[in-house]
Design a protein. Structure first.
Length: 109
């Protein structure tokens, strides 16, 4: 299991290019959680952190090895379709919830 909690803050916008691939950047344009997308960027970061912890072996490129392919649900809770690919490929479902200014994401399996 991998779990992550992040504080929703505009600072995340400054580093999004470091952890989001081109398909995920497109996902940002297609899925508006809010006017600034801070919540969505935070969610994608938290989901990738949860996958990183799920893997548990380190040495991961958040851009190349961890990808978010889709979002289902509402702004406050839902699922992300994701894929881990390094020495093996694993499709994952990541659950998420927002609580006040916090984002919680977790993956089992």
């Amino acid at each position: 299991m991998g779990i992550d909690v992040e504080l929703v803050t505009p600072k995340i916008e400054k580093i999004k290019e470091k952890f989001l691939n081109s398909e995920e950047m497109q996902l940002l344009q297609e899925n508006q959680f809010s006017e600034t997308n801070v919540e969505l960027i935070t969610l994608l970061w938290s989901a990738k952190e949860a996958m990183y912890k799920w893997y548990g072996k380190g040495s991961i490129s958040f851009k190349r090895n961890l990808s978010i392919n889709g979002i289902t649900g509402q702004n406050q809770k839902g699922l992300l379709n994701a894929r881990f690919s390094k020495e093996f490929v694993q499709d994952l479902e990541i659950e998420y919830r927002f609580f006040d200014a916090l984002c919680l994401a977790w993956v089992e399996g």
